[in-house]
Design a protein around this ligand. Structure first.
Ligand SMILES: [Zn+2]
Length: 218
């Protein structure tokens, strides 16, 4: 059920889901914030995702996860990006800092919202090993088949890519990437892809081939 506080009950054709206004500069993907296209008010959606596939792209900034997610979005995947999720939470809760629990809750909410429009999702965000189980819980409770992919180019490559695409201004890319590069180590359950010598298009094609070949397990 979709309800606008002004216009009442709506259908999915009456809403706009991605907010370009909340979008950060240098970014192609937009935050998820569904509004009524008639009056512009934020709408309430009670709907739970039940079934589908999700590709969770993990990696430091400069790893290429957002660039790959953008390409998959262009191929019909419904995209959720971590930076955009933070923008949405800041906007909705009027807060400056966003903790992991708020972030995870918002990702779950966005999967539910987007599932009105399809059942193939791509999530690009930094996922720490200790948070993996929370993501699995979100996906499994929605009957989503999931695959975690850690994009891990060589450290130098990530730093170079990060320079051309500003992610954090408070610390240097070197510091930031090194910090997460060390943290993002998994014992299993995650596919590690070294995309040092790949363009985002090539990485996306590789992921899609795996997706199409092995649809049951992705
Ligand atoms: Zn309205």
């Amino acid at each position: 059920m979709i309800i606008c506080p002004n216009c009442g009950v709506l259908t999915k054709n009456d809403i706009s889901v991605y907010s370009e206004e909340l979008r950060k500069q240098n970014f192609l993907m937009s935050p998820v914030l569904p509004v009524c296209i008639r009056c512009g008010r934020e709408v309430q959606i009670t709907h739970t995702c039940n079934g589908g596939h999700i590709i969770a792209l993990n990696g430091t900034c400069g790893s290429g996860k957002s660039a790959v997610a953008e390409i998959l979005a262009g191929k019909g995947f419904l995209a959720i990006d971590g930076d955009c999720v933070i923008q949405t939470v800041k906007h909705r809760k009027k807060v400056k800092q966003v903790g992991f629990n708020e972030m995870a809750d918002e990702i779950a909410r966005e999967i539910d919202i987007l599932s009105l429009f399809g059942n193939r999702f791509v999530l690009s965000t930094v996922i720490l090993p200790e948070d993996l189980s929370r993501y699995k819980e979100i996906f499994e409770s929605r009957n989503l088949k999931y695959r975690f992919i850690l994009l891990k180019p060589e450290y130098r490559t990530a730093v170079e890519r990060c320079r051309s695409r500003t992610c954090h201004t408070s610390v240097t890319p070197e510091y930031w990437i090194k910090h997460f590069y060390e943290l993002l180590r998994f014992d299993g359950g995650v596919i590690v892809a070294d995309n040092t010598n790949q363009t985002p298009e090539e990485t996306a094609a590789y992921i899609l081939r795996a997706f199409n070949k092995n649809d049951e397990n992705i």
